[in-house]
Design a protein around this ligand. Structure first.
Ligand code: ADP
Ligand code: MG
Length: 491
């Protein structure tokens, strides 16, 4: 056990010209809260509306407008905190984070600083058979900013405030990740948890889950090095590429005798490199202070407990249950629980059936085909009920596994009831011994030389089985074929 953990760890090291380096990663993930209205106004959060069509007077920062907290956004943050096994702070405070930007009409962002709504928690990830616990430092609520539109006109930049004031959860991890793969697994896992909870859609393409990645490097065993923060990386693939490029850049600097400058950088996916954006701003630059328009946020333990009682089964629990209840491997269970919809589909197929067989069909046939055709589980042309009856036909030995794949393909392309398809197309497995025996005799008679050889080399039996299966159009029961061949050949 000890040895394996060591081997897995050392494989995370990056070799430089002068020896090995370890990369240290901490993430700040911004997740858009699933809520119909914004954090402090009743304006819609709908994506893709006409510019400035979802803007209230509060979002536009008209003088004298007062923010009013949206209870649903608070509930979503608490649910998320509970899902991250984190401490919920019954007292938290909203602060103003002051900075100037054209898409921020207030001149400050309402955020939480010293007293966030959620404290320390934890996310478990599995990478290469190794389980790593990534600590959560905190989760706080804050407003999103608007968007500057640069491509509308050659001479002007426009501002769209639809996103201004939308609730975000900033989820800050501890610097507990040690490879690009771990960081990718962390964001995927976080996304899965949020989607299970229904607190964020996790749609990275639409920007409703974005990661700021803090990267530093050190010699194994040394204290942490100086970090750089790579802003707003919006795909799992780019997270991996950005970390690898940034670690390499820092190693090159250190190995040539230089020093890493703490700064904010951007990842350029086209060039595969990070570039400097600005020097790191410090908390005091923002002149944080408690927002005088908002009272401290006070929650009761009963309210938090009620939310807790309503939480769905989360991916880790579901995975453990799948392993126990259906006898699945950790890997298969992990694949099935990655999306709640996939897990639900699997459970419908597995109900009252052999769990492992159901998992094989869902993972290999169904997911394989969905991936190939770029479809989500919700768009699957084969329903859980249909796949369930295909499996029943295998279990009752009505069809062989091979024919079942053909039936799956027919259901996929044409739809229909698997039992009827098997019936109508004459796909039923032949278990009638007389019929199989006839096919066996014909194959033996047609291949006298091979019959001589198989006696000395029993591994050739497979070839005969194949021939008989072919002769019966794949419908003969393979076990019966095997048995008969052995009898007749005397092996
Ligand atoms: P700031 O307030 O300046 O953003 P924080 O202490 O909140 O700094 O940390 C921000 C993020 O940086 C956290 O996710 C943390 O885990 C990560 N981090 C801190 N130190 C390091 C380091 N040396 N290397 C990599 N990541 C780090
Ligand atoms: Mg920060």
């Amino acid at each position: 056990m000890q040895d394996r953990a060591k081997a897995a760890k050392s494989s995370n090291l990056i070799s430089g010209a002068t020896g090995d380096w370890e990369v240290v990663i901490g993430m700040e993930v911004h997740a858009q809260v699933n809520s119909r209205a914004k954090l402090f106004s009743g304006a819609s959060t709908e994506f893709g509306g006409e510019p400035n069509s979802h803007v209230s007077l509060v979002d536009a920062a008209m003088p004298g407008m007062l923010p009013v907290i949206n209870e649903e956004c608070v509930a979503q943050a608490v649910r998320t905190g509970l899902g991250l096994k984190a401490k919920i702070n019954l007292n938290s405070v909203f602060d103003r984070k002051n900075y100037f930007y054209p898409d921020l009409p207030q001149g400050y962002q309402i955020s939480q600083y010293k007293q966030p709504i959620v404290g320390e928690g934890e996310v478990e990830i599995d990478v290469d058979g190794e389980t790593v616990k990534v600590g959560i430092e905190r989760l706080h609520l804050e407003q999103d900013a608007g968007k500057s539109l640069h491509d509308q006109h050659p001479d002007y930049t426009y501002v769209d405030l639809n996103r201004a004031g939308v609730a975000l959860m900033e989820i800050v991890s501890k610097p507990d990740m040690r490879s690009a793969r771990q960081a990718q697994a962390y964001v995927s896992k976080l996304r899965t948890i949020l989607r299970y909870l229904g607190t964020c859609d996790g749609d990275m393409e639409k920007g409703n889950l974005r990661a700021d990645i803090n990267v530093s490097v050190r010699r194994p065993g040394e204290p942490f090095g100086t970090r750089c923060e790579i802003k707003n990386v919006n795909s799992i693939r780019f997270i991996g590429q950005a970390i690898e490029a940034e670690a390499r850049r820092q190693i090159d600097i250190l190995e040539s005798g230089g020093q890493v400058v703490q700064e904010t950088r951007l990842f350029d996916p086209g060039k595969g490199e990070t570039r400097s954006m600005r020097t790191k701003e410090e908390a005091h630059d923002y002149r944080y202070f408690p927002d005088p328009d908002l009272l401290p946020l006070e929650l009761t333990q009963e309210w938090v407990d009620a939310l807790k009682a309503d939480l769905p089964e989360l991916p880790d629990e579901k995975k453990r249950r799948f392993m126990e209840q259906y006898g699945l491997s950790a890997y298969d269970a992990g694949v099935l629980v990655a999306e709640r919809a996939s897990a639900d589909y699997f459970e419908k197929v597995a109900a009252g059936r052999d769990g492992k067989l159901a998992a094989n069909w869902v993972i290999n046939e169904l997911f394989g085909r969905l991936n190939k055709e770029g479809l989500d589980i919700e768009q699957s042309p084969v329903s859980a009920v249909q796949l369930g009856s295909i499996i029943d036909l295998i279990t009752s030995k009505t069809i062989s596994g091979k024919i079942a794949k053909d039936v799956f393909d027919i259901v996929w392309t044409e739809g229909g009831d698997p039992t009827e398809i098997v019936e109508k197309r004459g796909l039923k497995q032949v278990t009638d011994v007389a019929a199989i025996e006839k096919a066996v005799d014909e194959v033996l008679a047609a291949n006298p030389d091979k019959v001589q050889q198989v006696k000395a080399k029993p591994t050739m039996l497979g070839w005969f089985v194949g021939q008989v299966m072919k002769a019966t159009g794949g419908k003969a029961n393979p076990a019966a074929v095997n048995e008969l061949l052995k009898q007749k050949l005397g092996i």
